[in-house]
Design a protein around this ligand. Structure first.
Ligand code: ZN
Length: 507
């Protein structure tokens, strides 16, 4: 009695096929599992056997062999318990055989037959759909993330007995419904820029940064409101598309970070790892590779508060993903790739005590300040186009200032600027001004001849390096896009120069 069931496992953020084959024959009673299995998978034998017995199914004294294929793929985790149990029950006639071949199943079993949640259900269901299967059997606690995949029926179960009844058509339940529209209409933003009073120039810089997908550095003393500003950045980013949302949800699904009530993630992420975070937690890794903070911030914001306090290695390893929008982790057997297309927002104090250039309060020596600033390497700073000094708003100003614009108006302008860029770069490998290389800047950022003397003067006056000059051109292009101006004008250039790093370039 041979039976086969289709299941899967996750590689990177995609599901791949694992076939569960069961053969029951006469011979000495044994239960054998083969197919390049990790220890958790080998333990499935005990879990499945006990779960079957406690659910009232009798295993005959026969030779049971379970094979997971392909043979060259190392199988990890406990998600194969359920398909193994189903294949055994089908072989024994508890389930009508013709039914199971069109189903995909994953889930961990408890000893009493309960089905426990697993990680990565969304990418697995997505795989099953692409494989052409019609239905998926998943743990009830994962059903909401599974049902967001269109074109396949997803059924959630909490006990093995329910699955048997369902496959035998005793339990005639409907697939879990998914209403895309209601997901995207859920609630507004938690943080709004309308609550940021008296920081209009910072809000402007943030808007430009988001509009051109420029990375941003906020410098300033403690209590100036750097984190308060950073937290509000996702509120002015355009809404996630369904495709982006699916990709992001897959990352959270394999990280085990989706709650029981989470189906699709519809908000842009804001990740703020602590400066003591290891390189591993920032970029990801592990025996079964898991995404790190840079991937959890995919399509959103990665906020590094007190950037100089992060370890040099954690900062340096971010350079490549900042360029490529993804991270490749090398494993012993194979390498695995996670998306990591995020906006970097960094914050730092200007000196160890935090109060430079306020000489009444700052007690740091020029040497100490230099050393502190040097903790961030020039190649990393080169990837940050917009720099702002954030001053605390005094009480008297707070009372004087009226409430400024909220996130809604800022977001509307950002959306328009994004549309202009998408059209301009439709045949390119990038979509936003902030992603241009020097060669592309030469092609897309046209400077009027009358502006050349002005740029030359600025270069000399501020002793700007070629890299700083390129950053200014990119930012000027975004400022012009925000005004929906085809050409770059004088005021755009002057404003762009103001976002250069004041402490200058280091060569
Ligand atoms: Zn100081």
């Amino acid at each position: 009695m041979f039976n086969k069931m289709i299941s899967g496992t996750v590689r990177g953020i995609d599901g791949i096929e694992v076939q569960v084959e069961v053969d029951i024959s006469s011979g000495l009673p044994t239960f054998e599992m083969v197919g390049y299995l990790s220890s958790e998978v080998k333990e499935a034998k005990e879990r499945v056997r006990t779960a079957l017995r406690n659910s009232g199914y009798v295993l005959p004294p026969k030779r049971i062999t379970v094979n997971l294929s392909p043979a060259d793929l190392k199988k990890e985790g406990s998600a194969f318990d359920l398909p193994i149990a189903i294949a055994i029950l089908t072989s024994l006639g508890y389930i009508h055989k013709q039914k199971t071949s069109s189903y995909f199943a994953v889930g961990e079993l408890s000893l009493d037959g309960k089905i426990n949640p697993i990680q990565g259900v969304l990418p697995l269901v997505d795989f099953a759909k692409k494989r052409g299967l019609k239905s998926c059997i998943v743990p009830e606690q994962n059903q909401l993330e599974g049902c967001v995949v269109k074109g396949i029926n997803v059924y959630g179960f909490s006990h093995l007995k329910e699955v048997v009844d369902f496959l035998n058509e005793v339990d005639k339940r409907n697939p879990v419904p998914f209403d895309e529209k209601s997901y995207f209409e859920q609630g507004g933003e938690e943080y709004d820029f309308k609550d940021v009073v008296g920081q209009e120039s910072i809000k402007r810089a943030v808007e430009i940064a988001v509009a051109g997908r420029h990375n941003l550095l906020l410098e300033g003393p403690p209590g100036a409101g750097k984190s308060m500003i950073a937290k509000r950045i996702p509120s002015i980013m355009p809404d996630l598309t369904l495709e982006e949302s699916l990709e992001l949800t897959k990352i959270y699904s394999i990280s085990g970070l989706l709650g029981k009530k989470d189906g699709l993630l519809t908000k842009r992420p804001f990740r703020a790892p602590h400066h003591t975070s290891s390189q591993f937690s920032i970029v990801g890794g592990g025996r079964i590779p898991k995404p790190g903070e840079i991937s959890l911030a995919h399509h959103g914001v990665l906020f590094l508060d007190e950037m100089p306090e992060f370890s040099r290695s954690a900062l340096e390893i971010m350079r490549q993903p900042l360029e490529d929008g993804k991270i490749t982790l090398s494993r012993v057997n194979a390498s695995c790739e996670f998306p990591a297309n995020f906006m970097l927002v960094a914050a730092m104090n200007p000196c160890p005590c935090g109060y430079f250039p306020d000489y009444n309060r700052c007690s740091c020596s020029p040497n100490m300040i230099q050393k502190y600033q040097n903790k961030i390497s020039q190649p990393l700073l080169d990837r940050i186009d917009i720099n702002m000094f954030v001053e605390p708003v005094g009480i008297e100003n707070l009372q004087k200032e009226k409430k400024g614009e909220g996130s809604k108006q800022m977001k509307a302008r950002v959306e328009k600027a994004h549309e202009i860029q998408r059209k301009r770069y439709k045949n390119c490998s990038f979509s936003y001004n902030g992603q241009m290389t020097p060669k592309e800047i030469g092609r897309f950022v046209k400077i009027k001849p009358e502006h050349e003397p002005l740029l030359k003067t600025m270069l000399e006056k501020y002793k700007l390096s070629a890299r700083a000059y390129h950053r200014i051109l990119k930012v000027a292009r975004t400022i012009a896009d925000l005004e929906q101006s085809e050409t770059i004008e004088t005021q755009h250039l002057i404003e762009a120069v103001s976002y250069r790093r004041l402490s200058g370039e280091r060569e």
